[in-house]
Design a protein around this ligand. Structure first.
Ligand code: PHE
Length: 340
């Protein structure tokens, strides 16, 4: 068999098959994929036929691998068929931005590049990367962040519910996980998909956030402002004019929203900044004492600051894009333009 089709080739083929099946738009294109990957003349079927030419020993191990590849394709076809018939679609929960690209020379997705750039900045500052589930409990997403049940600010979030859980509406849910896992003092970031029921040229039901949380003795708002200024200048690789506006978040007090002078028109006024010269880019504040308590940190000894920023928003400004949906259409002509 090995001089016919190496197993590694078949495994690559499997990845390709799964990805194409996932994206199939109707039953007839699904049938074409079935013929291509499992039909009589498919590499998988031909390889299975050749099995009997192998020694008993080889037949056992290679046979098991081949059958598992074939049943993975079969399962995926079955599942997709059901989904197409019932009209349901997979919720993009496992959107994989590390998935290999075929054919053309591969480049990283612009969102991946943006997240790598952000990671580099925070790692220089000694931050740890923390993670939390995307299907989150109400407690971590809301209650522990000082947003009790029936609090009006819950309606600000356009939440997707899954039985008794929620798709996290922000990465602030990771704050509590981070504090409980690492304790104080702490410098942590979290980055990843978040979900809100909202969709247009500048909103997507799934988008990415970066969350930063610093906890230490004697932290104050000036420290927060300094970190933000530094972060924005490192990210945009230029001098950035920034202003803070008083705002409200239940989990920070005081809270602020940060605007930067429009990076596209230098504050002159353009379509992107709606002629105001300013762009709203992130929310921040000093961590509310009761949030520290939920994180098992004593607010009498420690203070914290936190901020949350949309990764797509930063990427759009960095690369001068006006429609966020470009990120998710996977048009190779668009994706190929980003190198750093
Ligand atoms: N979680 C807030 C949002 O999604 C942003 C934020 C994070 C605000 C941390 C303050 C502190 O809009």
């Amino acid at each position: 068999l090995s001089d016919l089709v190496p197993l590694s080739t078949l495994k690559t083929l499997l990845v390709e098959a799964l990805s194409l099946i996932e994206r199939a738009k109707d039953l007839s294109s699904l049938e074409q994929l079935r013929v291509r990957f499992l039909g009589k003349k498919s590499l998988i079927s031909l390889s299975l036929k050749k099995l009997k030419e192998l020694s008993l020993e080889e037949r056992k191990s290679t046979g098991a691998e081949l059958h598992s590849i074939r049943s993975s394709v079969q399962d995926a076809l079955e599942e997709k068929k059901k989904a197409l018939k019932t009209g349901s679609s997979s919720l993009l929960l496992d959107w994989d931005y590390h998935c290999p690209v075929y054919g053309e020379e591969a480049t990283f997705h612009p969102l991946t590049l943006t997240m790598q750039r952000l990671e580099d900045i925070f790692f220089q500052w000694g931050c740890v990367m923390v993670d939390g589930p995307q299907i989150e409990s109400d407690y971590y997403n809301f209650t522990a962040l000082n947003i009790p049940e029936n609090h009006p600010s819950r309606t600000m979030h356009d939440t997707f519910y899954i039985q008794d859980r929620v798709l996290r509406t922000h990465t602030s849910s990771v704050q509590i996980h981070a504090m409980r896992e690492w304790g104080a003092p702490l410098r942590a970031i979290a980055m990843g998909p978040t979900y809100r029921c909202d969709s247009d040229a500048t909103h997507s039901p799934m988008f990415h956030q970066l969350e930063a949380l610093w906890v230490d003795k004697d932290l104050n708002f000036a420290n927060l402002k300094g970190v933000l200024q530094e972060l924005l200048e490192l990210f945009f690789e230029r001098k950035v004019n920034m202003r803070l506006r008083r705002s409200f978040f239940p989990f920070t007090e005081p809270s602020a929203e940060v605007d930067i002078a429009c990076v596209l028109c230098e504050g002159q006024g353009c379509r992107t900044c709606k002629q105001t010269g300013w762009l709203e880019i992130l929310g921040c504040g000093m961590v509310h004492p009761s949030v520290l308590e939920h994180g098992h940190i004593d607010p009498a000894c420690y203070q914290g600051f936190a901020f949350g920023v949309g990764v797509e928003r930063l990427a759009m400004l960095k690369y001068g894009l006006s429609d966020l949906r470009l990120f998710y259409e996977n048009d190779p002509r668009f994706l190929r333009q980003f190198f750093r």
